[in-house]
Design a protein. Structure first.
Length: 510
């Protein structure tokens, strides 16, 4: 039997998983064990939930009385720092299993009765918005304990970022975290990426294409919820690869009330057939906006780039195209002038050859450029080539790689000193030389002030002191002429700057 057929032993094996219950128990135990063993990873998961920085203790299937029954949450996480103990109950679902309202509410009751802090749920469901739990529960049960949710995609993202981009100090712990990542990436683990637009996708898509979609139509809210989950998954996926915290950009009102965002999306998809979202990437030149136009069957990814604040219009356009030298020819470039919402537009291929095609009025400064990429939008609800989900993800990835990560924001140069060695006023052509009469008077006054007193007119003691002073002064002058101190190694001699300062003084004293 060849070694190629041997199966390597794994810390968290995927072999032998029979059914969803087994997958949930193994995923729960594996995750909590690694969180307890790898401190950096464990804290990266629970600190955003309000946990203190302390060693994690993790347990599975802890029994709690609830009325006449005994409930066993899938897990429990506890941290103690000083006199404070922080505790979270954990409920886990894998595969297509959804969180159950009754279970979540029961765990909220247990947490409240025991003074616990959080009920953490983990499943393949994506929260429709930050801070919004995917399962609606009785609001009266939220007075003392809040439910928090993580998707398996988020858990995997945290693990990859911690291992690949931030690092694990202990090599053995790094290997343990690698085993968890390997397990979660395996399809048998039940930890799935976002992979389905739902059963309402096809009828809503067809209604948009036919122009018959109405705000009250059944399934519209589910499609919008799935779109919001897809945008959040796109942010997680991009952040997983970049090692950065990529976020979905929302207004303060939308963050406070997610229903406003849902209403805006519903109005947009009914009126124009478009669903949209914006990703904010740390240190990127601009946020990335993605729009899925169900009516035209296109996905459009755009970014608004601020124009340089100096130089001619053609120079500003060349500043952009030079940075996009390897970008696809089919990108669209829109140029916006100051004081106008209208734009000129042309493909990047044309702009490279002739930047003036974007200049409508040479006298008007350009304030920003919009770079846009349009690609086909898939129609199928699942994943793979020709699907809606993959066409959106591919458009975001491609645009980021070919445009966003190539661009650097414009920065003004530091103010420059005149290179001619003259003063700025002289360079500007300003005549700063005083009139000849003023020069003659100034020279006579300088001679009178500089003339030494007549030694013969001074009393003997004063005469002696003046002579001594003059002798000392002459000795100093001789010493300065004879000894020249070289510049020490590591020091800078600012000869040009000294010459500039001397020139300024010469000009002002002429």
């Amino acid at each position: 039997m060849g070694e190629a057929n041997w199966q390597q032993a794994r810390l968290i094996p995927t072999s032998g998983i029979n059914g969803s219950d087994e997958a949930e128990r193994r995923a729960t135990s594996g995750l909590l064990a690694v969180m307890g063993a790898v401190r950096e990873f464990g804290l990266a998961v629970v600190k955003p939930l309000g946990a203190p920085a302390a060693q994690l203790e993790c347990f599975i299937e802890v029994p709690f009385p609830l009325g006449d029954e005994t409930c066993r949450p899938d897990g429990l996480i506890q941290l103690t720092r000083a006199s404070k103990t922080w505790t979270a109950l954990v409920e886990v679902k894998t595969g297509t299993n959804a969180l159950e309202r009754t279970q979540v509410e029961n765990y909220l009751d247990i947490a409240r009765d025991n003074g616990f802090d959080v009920v953490l749920t983990i499943s393949n469901q994506m929260a429709p918005a930050p801070g919004v739990h995917p399962t609606e529960v009785d609001k009266r049960k939220l007075r003392k304990v809040a439910p928090r949710h993580l998707s398996w995609a988020e858990v995997l993202t945290i693990a990859v970022q911690q291992r690949v981009h931030r690092g694990i100090s202990d090599p053995d712990q790094a290997w343990i975290l690698e085993e968890l990542i390997r397990y979660l990436e395996h399809p048998k683990s039940g930890a799935l990426d976002f992979n389905d637009m739902g059963g309402s996708w096809v009828p809503v898509r067809e209604a948009v294409a036919n122009g018959t979609l109405r705000p009250s139509d059944k399934g519209l809210s589910d499609v919008i919820s799935r779109w919001e989950q897809l945008v959040r998954f796109a942010a997680l996926r991009l952040g997983r690869e970049l090692g950065a915290m990529v976020e979905v950009q929302m207004t303060r009102k939308e963050q406070a009330d997610p229903k406003l965002r849902f209403a805006a999306q519903a109005e947009s998809v009914v009126d124009s057939g478009c669903l949209s979202g914006t990703l904010r990437i740390p240190d990127a030149v601009a946020p990335v906006r993605v729009t899925a136009n169900l009516r035209s069957g296109q996905v459009i990814v755009t970014a608004d780039i601020e124009s340089p604040r100096e130089g001619r219009a053609a120079t500003r356009i060349n500043w952009l195209t030079r940075q996009l030298k390897d970008a696809p020819d089919g990108l669209r470039i829109d140029a916006y002038a100051v004081g106008s919402n209208a734009s000129t537009s042309e493909l990047l291929k044309v702009v490279r050859e002739d930047p003036t095609v974007l200049i409508d009025d040479p006298k008007r400064e350009l304030r920003k450029f919009r770079v846009a990429a349009v690609s086909p939008l898939g129609s199928k609800r699942g994943v793979g080539r020709g699907t809606f989900i993959d066409s959106v993800l591919a458009a975001i990835d491609g645009f980021y790689e070919s445009v966003i990560q190539q661009l650097r924001p414009w920065a003004a140069k530091a103010p420059q000193l005149p290179r001619s060695g003259r003063t700025a006023a002289e360079d500007a052509g300003i005549d700063i030389e005083p009139p000849p009469g003023d020069l003659a008077e100034t020279a006579e006054e300088d001679v009178a002030e500089a003339a030494p007193p007549d030694v013969e007119d001074l009393p003997d003691p004063v005469e002696a002191s003046v002579v001594e002073a003059q002798d000392d002064h002459n000795q100093d002058d001789d010493a300065s002429d004879l000894s020249i101190t070289p510049v020490e190694e590591g020091l800078v001699s600012w000869d040009t700057a000294h010459e500039r300062i001397e020139h300024e003084r010469d000009v002002s004293s002429v």
